[in-house]
Design a protein around this ligand. Structure first.
Ligand code: HEM
Length: 351
């Protein structure tokens, strides 16, 4: 007999894996939503592992970059689904939840090992995690699960692999072309023109003028600081930046010159990483608000402060924050410094 739909998908196993602990009607929804999440986490891990394998090579082929971007785009679409799934669990009211919450002492999404594996594979460092009582996140795991999850802390994360790849990107310091110097000069020129405009602008009060001049100054100082290697390293040692200087400058170059065909895929990759981080933060935010309306100020079944802990992870557990900050350096396309003839040639735009 041919393979049936049910056999192929192991539906008997899958559909007999929902065992509510109570008679509460809503507990089935609670179980199925969590299980659906876990299946999607499995798919995300599958995509992240394939992307990490493609990146873990001395040279990432251009055709592979296309595959990487399409797989990461799939991850982003799954994440959007995961964010909107919260609406389904919110059809259960806090009172409905109370009907069976007491049957779950000690069990919490906090213990989801696949969620931690996703975080680790993306590049969340254990030293950057919010401390959660005095317990590490794997405190309740079996020895096998703990080993599995700790392995994902030790293998090169997507963050690390992308950082290494960015560090290998040529062009930013290229014989006759010093990207940092030409960019700095251009940024200064634009910033000074803005400053002049603010200084003489009509129709604003002196307080507004002062404030805008202060912001203009801050923007210039920020850019100067980041472009200066030793100041950059200082900020990095204080934990305010994570990417290496070389990787950051390459990411900036790719973002600015993204319209060049050869840089388009690298740009799409960096954009995908920002999207993944943003979707993860959106999920954290939606989940933390759902928890607030579900249990208010009560502590979680996993023993955390509940909403307060979850809300703090939104900022603290962001992984690709440095890539978001690159927007501080954007200047209008029309003012981009021209590339040197040699870089133009090697990027494939000149004969
Ligand atoms: C009634 C619904 C839910 C409530 C009241 C709830 C409550 C909580 C609370 C209070 C925490 C903090 C840890 C603790 O003390 O337990 C937490 C963490 C977590 N929950 Fe939920 N949750 C709900 C639904 C879900 C769903 C559907 C998922 C999907 C997998 C989920 C995944 C997680 C994860 C991954 C964490 C760890 C977050 C982190 O440490 O950054 N939760 N949950």
């Amino acid at each position: 007999m041919d393979l049936t739909y049910g056999d192929y998908l192991k539906l008997n196993q899958l559909l007999s894996s929902q065992s509510p602990s109570s008679d509460a009607h809503e507990e089935m929804l609670f179980i199925i939503v969590h299980q659906a999440y876990e299946l999607w986490f499995k798919q995300i891990i599958h995509e992240l592992d394939s992307v990490r394998t493609l990146f873990d090579a001395p040279k990432v082929e251009e055709k592979d970059l296309g595959i990487v971007v399409s797989r990461l785009t799939r991850v982003i679409e799954i994440q959007k689904l995961l964010v909107s799934q919260i609406q389904i669990i919110e059809t259960m009211t806090p009172l409905d939840f109370l009907e069976f919450r007491g049957y779950l002492p000690g069990a919490s999404g906090f213990q989801s090992k696949q969620f931690r594996m996703v975080e680790n594979k993306l590049g969340l460092l254990s030293k950057d995690r919010l401390s959660y009582g005095s317990c590490p996140y794997h405190a309740s795991y079996t020895p096998e699960d703990k080993k599995l999850v700790l392995e994902t802390e030790n293998e090169p994360s997507l963050f690390t692999l992308v950082e290494r790849w960015l560090e290998r990107t040529p062009f930013t310091e290229y014989l006759d072309f010093n990207f940092i110097q030409v960019f700095n000069e251009t940024f200064h020129k634009i910033n000074s023109e803005d400053k002049e405009y603010i200084a003489t602008a009509e129709g604003i009060t002196e307080t507004e003028r002062e404030l805008r001049l202060k912001w203009n100054n801050q923007a210039r100082e920020y850019v100067e600081t980041i472009l200066d290697k030793s100041k950059f390293e200082q900020l990095r040692s204080e934990g305010k930046l994570r990417l290496s200087y070389k990787a950051f400058i390459s990411a900036l170059f790719i973002n600015l010159y993204r319209d060049r065909p050869i840089l388009f895929m690298p740009f799409k990759l960096l954009e995908a990483l920002v999207d993944i981080d943003e979707q993860l933060s959106l999920w954290r935010h939606r989940h933390s608000l759902m928890v607030l309306r579900m249990i208010g100020a009560k502590i979680g079944t996993g023993g955390s402060s509940g909403h307060e802990y979850l809300a703090s992870t939104i900022e603290k557990h962001s992984i690709f924050k440095d890539l978001f900050m690159i927007s501080s350096f954007y200047i209008p396309r029309s003012t981009l410094p021209p590339l040197s003839p040699q870089v133009e040639r090697d990027l494939g735009f000149a004969k």
